[in-house]
Design a protein around this ligand. Structure first.
Ligand code: NAD
Length: 451
């Protein structure tokens, strides 16, 4: 890409990107630096009129964009991707999503019967909307924008009100590259999301967020029968077999639970360790957990950063409080030792040793650095325990005997099951959930064309 294709972005002012313009608003909200608790920049809140303007503009941009040859659409995306610096995991992975989609071809199928030739072609839907959660604002936005634009749709992104900044800038970056109104962004909260879900001229919503909100989006979308892809919460089980190399696997399992401070939809959220190695494995997990430095991601090699926002900080603290109130044993972490939020939303990671099956920490998704472990002895019983949830996003199985692990993996009710790895999403594979963890999926060729 020639560097002249994108202007240098100003990171002190944030705008909605509507009808080719950087737009302000009469109302604003702001994020909070989770590592310091300090107020961040004001961000405009889009209203219903702004959304209507964006949808009208996207609708008008759709015929020319969908007629643009796919190779040309890929060129635009390549230029947009090159405008990102690979400065952090979220930015690098977002660029990876764009690069992956630019490598795809839209398949065409041709079949003959006795009297006719049948063509199956994947045609764009029109105006799409992406509603995004706060834990990976760039990856989740890019994962919706890249396939939508590649397949000839226009798209409007609504970032989470907790993390507006990067999503709005990602779309602003595209304004010098894509034709007008192909890519737009409206910042706002749940009211704006709800308006998107009912908007008659939005053909599809790709939503990432909680199960509770996903149900609302699906119910609202039913009014206009718009298509939905729902990428929702999970409660991922991890099954450890007795033949694992404990010193090697225990730290990996901890990483799977506490990466991004547990704020990962497919983080490991329930750990089932064979009873013959339970004590030793737990000890290794605790030892490794204690080596992880806690602090601002800006300061050197800290692994455990803060909760992204005050709401999540309080929610995760409730899991600590409940586990303490019920008398569960903390193998790592201390419910009485959580720093006050005045210095940032930090929560030192905790491992809860063998709470009962009906405990909140087993039955619900904390989305933070607290994870339960339980022993098991009977394989059928632990698989039933792992599947005893209304969710089914990811899962993992660890064993030296890979064939056995694969057999167990196939019996787990989850969209993505990993063997000898913690849960790591990739655009190369369809990413979606069983049960209440979602509908449809993203990533991979098939999900992209059928969206
Ligand atoms: P959330 O459901 O509160 O919000 C997600 C988005 O929906 C935000 O942009 C919000 O403004 C918007 N919204 C809220 N109410 C709405 C409504 N009525 N109609 C339309 N939009 C509405 O979720 P969150 O707290 O931002 O995210 C955390 C959850 O997301 C966790 O459960 C996590 O597991 C899940 N998640 C899932 C995936 C996945 O790919 N499966 C990825 C990341 C996060």
């Amino acid at each position: 890409m020639s560097p002249s294709k994108v202007s240098i972005l100003n990171f002190d002012n944030f705008y909605n990107i509507v009808d080719g313009k950087r737009q302000g608003s009469k109302t604003f909200h702001h994020g909070v630096d989770p590592a310091t608790g300090q107020k961040l920049w004001d961000v405009p809140i889009a209203n219903e009129q702004d959304l209507d303007s964006a949808v009208t503009a996207a609708k008008e941009a759709f015929p020319a964009w969908s007629d643009t040859p796919i190779e040309k659409r890929k060129d635009f995306q390549g230029d947009w991707q090159a405008g990102l610096n690979t400065a952090s995991f979220d930015i690098g992975a977002a660029a990876g999503f764009m690069a992956y989609h630019c490598g795809l071809k839209i398949p065409e199928e041709e079949t003959e019967d006795d009297e006719k030739t049948i063509y199956t072609e994947y045609t764009p839907l029109g105006v799409c909307a992406g509603i995004v959660s706060w834990n990976f604002p760039l990856i989740l936005s890019a994962g919706k924008i890249a396939p939508a634009l590649l397949t000839g749709n226009t798209i409007i992104i609504k970032p989470s009100p907790f993390t507006q900044y990067s999503g709005l800038k990602l779309v602003e970056l595209g304004q010098d590259i894509f034709p007008p109104d192909v890519l737009q962004a409206v910042g706002g909260n749940e009211e704006l999301g709800a308006l998107m879900a009912t908007h008659p001229d939005i053909a599809k919503i790709s939503f990432t967020g909680s199960i509770a909100t996903g149900k609302k989006v699906m119910a609202a979308s039913a009014k206009t029968l718009k298509r939905v892809t729902l990428e929702l919460g999970g409660n991922d089980a991890c099954i450890i077999l007795p033949d694992v190399d404990i010193k090697k696997v225990a730290p990996e399992v901890v990483m799977g639970a506490f990466l991004n401070s547990g704020q990962v939809c497919i983080a490991t959220k329930r750990i089932y360790v064979h009873e013959s190695i339970y004590k030793e494995f737990l000890l290794e997990m605790v030892t490794f957990t204690k080596t992880n430095k806690i602090g601002s991601p800006d300061d050197g090699d800290n692994l455990v950063g803060p909760m992204q926002n005050a709401m999540q900080y309080e929610k995760v603290k409730d899991f600590f409080a409940d586990s303490k109130a019920q008398g569960y044993k903390f193998a790592a972490g201390n419910p009485d030792n959580i720093p006050s939020s005045s210095a940032g939303f930090f929560i030192p990671p905790a491992i809860v040793d063998n709470p009962p099956n009906d405990s909140c920490i087993i039955a619900e998704e904390p989305f933070g650095p607290i994870v339960p472990t339980q022993p098991w002895c009977d394989l059928d019983e632990v698989i039933a325990r792992a599947n005893n949830t209304t969710t089914g996003l990811g899962a993992c199985v660890w064993a030296a005997d890979v064939d056995k692990a694969m057999q167990i993996a196939r019996r787990l009710e989850a969209g993505s099951v990993f063997v000898n790895s913690y849960e790591k999403a990739t655009p190369l594979a369809i990413f979606g959930g069983h049960k209440e963890s979602g509908i449809g999926g993203s990533g991979a060729r098939r999900a992209c064309w059928l969206s």
